[in-house]
Design a protein around this ligand. Structure first.
Ligand SMILES: [Zn+2]
Ligand SMILES: [Zn+2]
Length: 723
């Protein structure tokens, strides 16, 4: 008997589950996406299992009828379980997670058609030169009137005339054009023996159709991509879908061309800046199963794939897989859960795996597959330290003599160099020489960063911008503002002064802010139209330039100063990744690391190329601190536009803290970013044993207190950002 009443998870985090009546003749099942009345308005919901969404049932006579079922495939049970798991684990509202599944409003409107036109073969009653030209130009074409007018180079009016004459006929087509098909065996690659062995194992896992988490651990330049492409080929051959997650949209363009070369068609792309028509088309193709391979940012993880058979998380150590607002999830970890619910392998690929991932491999929970050497016989680069306390750069300079000499040498030989500094803009701080005034963001506890290329002072946290003033706003003295410290733009200036004939490119999220710009940069670097690349963390990964033989790290100590939990690990990963850009072709590479602390464990490990030693030391430090993977952290951020209100709310939470053996609560204290986007912030940190019911403790604690409406409480489980 069909259900007569259903329970909905509605797409509104402020509402609990709601019950409705199913009108006669309407067919719904668990997972159906439906429209229901809510007061005078409508709300979208997903039909859920009653017993999994407990609420007080509405009496039969008060139930309102559903308004309709949307023409999209039902959200399948394993994805419903993933939504529940994610909401539970990250202490987030179910509706907020479900919204990441229903990520395209346009897609919910169902299939849609549009009208295109094509020639019938007939001739008009009265032939004009324009009509004749149009008929000739449009042979074999089918498109909208506007597009055809562009092709034929005539006005739309001329073509409408031809429609009236029956020379052009309308054809109804689906607005969501099908995607080109990828072929598993389009262009088979030549793999090394190491690659072949790993690829064979990955193919075996894809064919087994079982949950299998894999850490693909390969040095930079070892050909991890070609290797997991074989696993993708196996999934395509089985007609199952694949998701490849990349950490940066700037990297997709290079990935797409490699993919197309291997499989004969581009994959479907998903990221937050897609236009709504592209979003709709991709979402529907993913939900119907037509999209074979999807390449996307972390938001692609929650889409309703019809038939997923493999997830690859490339550069899996990257922190951009962690979302820091809304649902604060880590896409790398949720990808493993999705693979478990839907029973397929998940590959975490990296040259510098997260300590947590390595720990899972070492304890046998993940299978570890290793690519120990570079592809094609290329050697790992030689790494040398430049001790800045002895080799001092000149006044107002940041490039020390050994790195200067190496840059001269490469330019002379016609080889490329890369300088790495993880700081956008020209200078991180601007101050008045006369009165000491510092330019600070009015909305955040942060300095304004000077961007000389775009002539502005900008906050990197809230986007606040202002033009650099002619005189000090505090003391009114003209021409007294000085830039303190370097950003990449300033390093580029220093290079230009030192090597006037060198062609220098600055690569940051400011300059490479679209896939097209990224593609342009890659093409120029490959064509050797760039001699020196100066970049932020954006250049540390993915790029492969065979002529690049020198990497200089301007300030290896920079990442160690923040004092966050993963500072040493992140420094290790960034420097090792950027070092991995050197010497990927036939010529050997060299890496110079500038530091004031050559004795620091992480710097010494980098110099020795001793990854194991670094991970061992870091593992011990984490074990001692009860930090992940041995203990767990959570952060609770209390914020308000009113400082006093935020402080008092934090105090109330602090006063009611749970007293437990296995969960320790630190704080409240002003967050390191005590003011962010106009909100005052206080923070409580929780350190828990692995056995603790951390999420349940937090839920019960937070549920016990009411706050004024201006207060926002954010929970961050396994936080990455400690601001
Ligand atoms: Zn001043
Ligand atoms: Zn700001």
């Amino acid at each position: 008997m069909p259900a007569t009443r259903v329970r909905l998870l509605v797409m509104n985090a402020a509402l609990g589950p709601l019950d409705y009546r199913v009108p006669e003749g309407m067919a719904v099942e668990h997972g159906s996406v439906v429209v229901a009345p809510l007061g005078p308005r409508q709300v979208t919901g997903i039909v859920w299992e009653d017993e999994r969404l407990p609420t007080n049932p509405v009496p039969e006579e008060k139930l309102r009828p559903l308004l309709g079922v949307l023409d999209v495939p039902p959200i399948l049970a394993p994805l419903r379980r993933l939504i529940e798991w994610t909401a539970d684990y990250y202490v987030a509202p179910l509706a907020a997670v479900a919204r990441m599944v229903i990520a395209s409003g346009g897609a919910l409107r169902g299939p849609a058609t549009m009208t295109e036109y094509r020639l019938t073969g007939g001739t008009p009653e009265r032939m004009t030169p324009q009509r004749a030209a149009a008929i000739e130009a449009l042979d074999g074409e089918q498109a909208t009137i506007r597009e055809l007018a562009g092709i034929a180079g005539v006005s739309e009016g001329v073509l409408r005339g031809l429609v009236n004459q029956g020379v052009l006929e309308p054809v109804e087509v689906d607005v969501d054009r099908p995607y080109p098909r990828a072929a598993a065996d389009h262009h088979l690659p030549g793999l090394s023996d190491d690659q072949r062995e790993v690829a064979d194992r990955l193919v075996e896992l894809v064919e087994a159709r079982e949950f299998a988490p894999v850490l693909l651990d390969g040095v930079t330049g070892s050909g991890k991509t070609e290797t997991y492409f074989e696993a993708i080929g196996a999934a395509i051959a089985q007609d199952r879908q694949v998701l490849v997650m990349l950490p940066e949209i700037a990297l997709t363009e290079a990935f797409l061309s490699r993919f197309e070369e291997r499989f004969g068609a581009a994959p479907v792309v998903w990221h937050s800046s897609l236009k709504s028509a592209e979003r709709r088309r991709a979402w529907r193709a993913i939900a119907s199963g037509e999209a074979q391979v999807v390449v996307g940012a972390r938001s692609a993880l929650f889409l309703p794939y019809a038939n997923l058979g493999l997830i690859v998380v490339d550069e899996a150590h990257e922190i951009s897989f962690k979302q820091d607002d809304g649902v604060r999830y880590n896409a790398r970890d949720v990808a493993v859960m999705r693979a478990r619910f839907e029973k397929f392998p998940v590959i975490l690929a990296s040259a510098t795996p997260a300590l947590e991932s390595l720990h899972m491999a070492d304890t046998g929970i993940y299978e570890k597959l290793v690519l120990p050497s570079r592809f094609g016989g290329a050697q790992l680069p030689e790494i040398h330290l430049v001790d800045l306390t002895e080799e001092k750069p000149g006044s107002g300079q940041w490039i020390a003599p050994p790195l200067r000499r190496a840059l001269f040498d490469r330019l002379e030989k016609g080889e490329q160099s890369l300088l790495f500094l993880n700081r956008r803009g020209y200078a991180p701080l601007t101050l008045c020489r006369h009165c000491g005034f510092r330019f600070q963001c009015p909305n955040c506890s942060a300095w304004l960063v000077e961007h000389r290329l775009s002539k502005r002072l900008a906050c990197h946290h809230c986007g606040h911008e202002t033009a650099p003033p002619e005189k000090c706003p505090e003391c009114g003295e003209p021409d007294c503002l000085v830039a303190c410290g370097p950003g990449v733009e300033r390093i580029a200036d220093e290079v230009a002064e030192m090597l006037p004939e060198a062609r220098v490119a600055v690569v940051t999220s400011d300059t490479l802010n679209s896939p097209e710009k990224a593609a342009e940069f890659v093409a120029m670097a490959e064509a050797r139209a760039i001699d020196v690349i100066v970049g932020t963390q954006l250049v540390t990964k993915g790029f492969h330039f065979p002529e690049l033989t020198l990497v200089g790290v301007i300030d290896a100590d920079l990442g160690l100063e923040g004092g966050d939990l993963r500072a040493a690990e992140r420094t290790y990963q960034q420097v090792a990744q950027v070092a991995g850009r050197a010497g990927r072709g036939a010529k050997p590479g060299e890496v110079l690391i500038q530091t004031r602390h050559p004795e620091a464990a992480v710097i010494a490990a980098l110099e020795a190329g001793d990854r194991d030693a670094f991970y061992e030391a870091e593992t011990e430090a984490r074990r001692y601190a009860q930090a992940p993977p041995f203990g767990r952290w959570a952060a609770i951020i209390i914020s308000s536009e009113d400082e006093k209100e935020a402080r008092e709310a934090a105090q109330r939470l602090g006063d009611t803290r749970p007293i437990l053996d296995d969960v320790q609560v630190l704080g409240p204290a002003p967050a390191p970013m005590a003011l962010l986007r106009g909100r005052y912030r206080y923070r409580l940190l929780l350190n828990a044993r692995r056995s603790a019911e951390l999420q349940q403790v937090i839920r019960v604690w937070l549920a016990g207190i009411d706050h004024p409406p201006g207060i926002r409480i954010g929970v961050d489980i396994d936080p990455y950002s400690f601001v």
